[in-house]
Write a protein that binds this ligand. Structure first.
Ligand code: ADP
Ligand code: MG
Length: 407
């Protein structure tokens, strides 16, 4: 027979009859202390750990597991784990495991909490000496953030490669467009010269009409192409010290008349503590204006309220544009910074991409919060010193990206 390892506890239990009450008390105290210590250790893990016995009842569950599964401590111990799980995807996994009793490793499932989150779940059977499964260990980790980060990186790569690609195409289109424009202008001149001689000729009228349509369309195309080129050209900010609040005052002045005409309640809430900040005033104004224009469009048929705000934090300043408009749904949220993503009939889908690139060039961070049907708050965090702004420090909800982390 193999020699069983002998622990202090084993020895103690063997001599149990001979030890006095004090020794038993000490022993139990030690055991309880160790148990409490292990509980603290397990509760400090970010992974959720659940241990069930053969019957499927929970014998151990740590703090993270309770949080991830939305359970209370008193509800868990001794209850059937299956009956505690609410998420259908996890139940399916539990059934799959129960059928085969084979380890399941790092399986990703989508869980509504109510926001959709991605959990990676590992289920491991614990066997005794006779290979009989006595317990099962569940390890649950929340992968939502790392998945989001990957999604962000993909988005950044996407934006940059699309920008480069389009810049090339736009420049190619620009030359023939210029030449078309010159020729259309020349035709107009020739038509004007011919006009006195062909007075009343219906063909002349048709030609004149076509010519002006061609000119108008060329102008429209030129605009679009210019917008594209502007949006995708490299952003090199001309950084200098500038009064941030002044930029917001200027934007309020720019959109003021439209707000007045549409009876939109526009307010400025500026932190007087903010001094001059290192930034490119034109570029940051462009950002705030682009976001404010979106806010104007988002409050379309409502009693609109738009607020422009600045907040001083220890190592960064925050610019926020808040509206009570239509809000942005989960799906769009991931794509709003992509070039050409628009939900508007006449949108270009370039406004936020420009914001994205400018903020990134300023080593800042962008945030986004809000609810569909209630409104949106866009935040731009700009660093006050050399260090880029980190999303977490800025306490802004990552929409998308801690732009500084992308190199
Ligand atoms: P565009 O305004 O031309 O559509 P943008 O890049 O400025 O392009 O915005 C992209 C998309 O993001 C918009 O089409 C809209 O769906 C969404 N969006 C941006 N800002 C807001 C906002 N404040 N409220 C609701 N949706 C918004
Ligand atoms: Mg826009």
């Amino acid at each position: 027979m193999p020699q069983e390892p002998t622990t202090f506890a084993d020895k103690f239990l063997r001599r149990l009859k001979k030890v006095d009450t004090e020794q038993i008390e000490n022993f139990l105290q030690n055991v309880l202390r160790e148990k409490a210590f292990l509980e603290v250790v397990f509760d400090s893990l970010t992974e959720g750990v659940v241990v069930t016995e053969r019957s499927g009842n929970v014998v151990f569950i740590n703090e993270s597991a309770r949080q991830l599964l939305g359970l209370l401590r008193r509800d868990c111990i001794g209850k059937s784990f299956h009956s505690l799980i609410k998420a259908r995807a996890i139940l399916r996994l539990a059934d799959e495991y129960a059928e085969l009793l084979e380890p399941i490793k790092q399986r990703e499932v989508l869980v509504r909490t109510p926001a959709v989150r991605t959990y990676a779940i590992t289920i491991l059977p614990i066997e005794n000496e006779s290979s009989l499964t006595t317990h099962t260990v569940w390890v649950i980790s929340d992968r939502t953030e790392s998945k989001r980060r990957m999604e962000e990186q993909r988005q950044i790569d996407n934006i940059e490669s699309l920008a480069t690609l389009t810049a090339g195409v736009a420049h190619e289109v620009k030359n023939p467009l210029n030449s078309l424009n010159i020729h259309a202008q020349l035709s107009r001149k020739s038509l004007a010269n011919l006009a006195p001689r062909l007075e009343g000729e219906p063909a002349l009228e048709r030609l004149e009409k076509s010519n002006s349509v061609i000119l108008e369309e060329i102008e429209r195309l030129t605009h679009i192409v210019d917008d594209f080129i502007k949006a995708v050209r490299p952003v090199r900010p001309q950084i200098r010290k500038f009064e941030l609040n002044k930029i917001l005052i200027d934007v309020a002045e720019l959109i003021g008349p439209e707000c007045q005409a549409r009876e939109i309640d526009l307010t400025l809430d500026l932190d007087p503590e903010i001094q001059r900040v290192q930034l490119d005033p034109d570029q940051i104004q462009q950002c705030v204006l682009n976001i404010a224009k979106n806010a104007l469009e988002a409050v379309e048929d409502l009693v609109g309220r738009i607020k422009l705000r600045t907040i001083l934090r220890s190592d960064h300043v925050l610019i926020e544009v808040e509206d009570n408009g239509c809000g942005i749904n989960e799906e769009d949220r991931l794509r709003i910074f992509e070039p050409y993503h628009t939900t508007k009939e006449t949108g270009t889908g370039l406004g936020l991409m420009v914001v994205y690139r400018i903020v990134r060039a300023h080593r800042g961070a962008l945030g986004l919060r809000g609810d569909v049907g209630k409104g949106t708050v866009f935040s731009i965090a700009l660093p006050l010193d050399e260090r880029p702004v980190r999303m977490l420090e800025a306490q802004i909800d990552p929409p998308i990206a801690d732009l500084s982390s992308s190199g």
